[in-house]
Design a binder for this molecule. Structure first.
Ligand code: LLP
Length: 441
């Protein structure tokens, strides 16, 4: 069987059924759309579990402790929290919303890493009182607040110091996070002052460093460069700072979206990090630290797809044909925000050949609201079911109500079962937070 249906490279567990429809994890996508409506996010539980296992398996090759923390910003809801907890990963959260979701899915607090760039006293106090495993401190004003909180609450707080390590990865500039001119993290030159502050705060226990290089990175080099900087800092500071033996190198492993993305597998990435850590540590004469990575996209992206109903088409002679669907930049902002590309197919006509290259347009009032600029499809007709592939990461989690569009539901598919894990919003929900003051009634 071809690995492509129209413009879409098949995702794991995606097949063409005898009915000529696309199936995903044993579920007929046409039936899912009929049952749950469109647009619809569909997430394959087996893929998530398989990717978690791949990470955990690869981590066993490291002679010291190596933890995998799922970056929940890529996609989180209570069901996802349960899956990640069961899989045995840790969890990276960046807000009380993510923390609340995780805790309400019974995620163990001590396996949670709390990030942020400007957390309030309330947010820090809440995280500390729940006993999160690590707080990653981003800057001086957060450090001051944390010191005050720890004293006020009289509890020890385990910290990682977030650093802009200066490494620049080859990825979209919006998701480069470790360059020196970045809102994230301390600069390396800040460390003497940071440690001076921490040494006078006995309740602040600095356990190590954190540095996330960026996202959608498809080569090993930025990760190993980052490791070299961080291991060098361990060599400098170990001995002067008690308990300093952890390096959290963030997430960032990229995934396949289109044929332009030369994939770096989870196995190759993990093996590369482990080999680099061992080589560099040996070279610098530093003991192997505890390692942590925080993958988001590489766990969830290929587990997801989005279903849309085709409304109609418009052809501009000699220029382009637009296929209009019932979704938009409100459910996938990534093409408009980062110029991201996706692949697509018609799920109800999988056995037909693609005959044309078209643009898939969203329904929002912006010319930039395009879901796919170029996709090979059969001639689409009203009511066809369009699938945009590999939308598991940063689609639902970045969805908005722009144009007062309801956010779609999320359905989890596993071995032929489909279960709702996030309800879709209704049109009525679009006013649920509105308040009409008396003088406007
Ligand atoms: N750790 C930290 C501290 C992060 O800031 C991020 C992502 C991750 C881990 C996970 O990175 P991943 O493995 O998913 O690349 N909205 C953008 C991506 C922003 C990523 C922000 N930080 C997108 O749609 O491409």
């Amino acid at each position: 069987m071809s690995t492509y249906v129209h413009g879409l490279k098949l995702q794991p567990d995606m097949t063409i059924g005898p009915d000529g429809n696309l199936w995903f994890a044993g579920c007929n996508l046409v039936d899912l759309a009929a049952e749950f409506g469109t647009p619809l996010y569909v997430i394959n539980e087996n893929t998530i579990r398989r990717n978690c296992s791949r990470y955990l398996q690869a981590a066993t090759r490291y002679p010291e402790n190596f933890s995998i923390a799922y970056a929940s910003k890529a996609f989180l809801c209570q069901a996802m929290g349960r899956i990640i907890a069961q899989a045995g990963l840790e969890l990276d959260v960046v807000s009380l919303g993510e923390l609340h979701t995780a805790l309400s899915s019974n995620f163990p607090a001590d396996r949670i890493i709390f990030h942020g760039v400007n957390r309030s006293r309330h947010e820090l106090r809440t995280a500390i009182s729940h006993g999160v495993g690590r707080i990653v401190v981003d800057n001086y004003f957060e450090l001051e607040k944390l010191a005050a909180m720890a004293t006020e609450m009289n509890v020890e707080v385990n910290l990682l110091i977030r650093l802009a390590s200066g490494v620049q990865a080859d990825t979209h500039e919006y998701v480069q996070t470790s360059v020196t001119d970045s809102k994230f993290g301390f600069n390396i030159t800040d460390l003497p002052q940071v440690f001076a502050i921490c040494s006078s705060e006995p309740l602040l226990r600095v356990r190590g460093f954190h540095s996330h290089t960026g996202s959608q990175i498809l080569s090993l080099q930025p990760f190993t460069e980052n490791l070299r900087v961080l291991l060098g800092l361990l060599a400098t500071w170990q001995g002067k700072v008690p308990e300093l033996d952890e390096l959290n190198i963030g997430g960032g492993l990229g995934t396949y979206y289109t044929a332009d993305d030369q994939e770096l597998s989870i196995e190759a990435y993990m093996a590369g990090i482990i080999a680099a850590a061992q080589d560099i540590a040996r070279e610098l004469g530093v003991a192997l630290p505890r390692l942590i990575v925080e993958p988001g996209r590489s766990i969830i992206n290929e587990a997801g797809l989005t279903l849309y109903r085709v409304g109609g088409t418009k052809t501009i002679a000699g220029t382009r044909k637009y296929v209009f669907v019932d979704g938009s930049m409100a459910d996938n902002i990534r093409p408009a925000l980062y110029g991201s590309n996706y692949e697509a197919a018609l799920a109800n006509r999988a056995l037909e050949a693609a005959t044309e290259t078209v643009a898939v347009a969203g329904r929002c009032c912006e010319s930039g609201d395009m879901l796919v600029w170029e996709s090979k499809l059969p001639a689409a007709a009203p009511d066809d079911l369009l699938v945009v592939g590999r939308t598991g990461a940063y689609n639902y989690s970045m969805a908005s109500n722009y144009n007062r569009l309801p956010r779609p539901a999320v359905v989890l598919v596993t071995d032929g079962q489909a279960e709702l894990i996030v309800r879709g919003e209704s049109w009525e929900d679009m006013t649920r937070l509105d308040v009409l003051p008396d003088h406007l009634r």
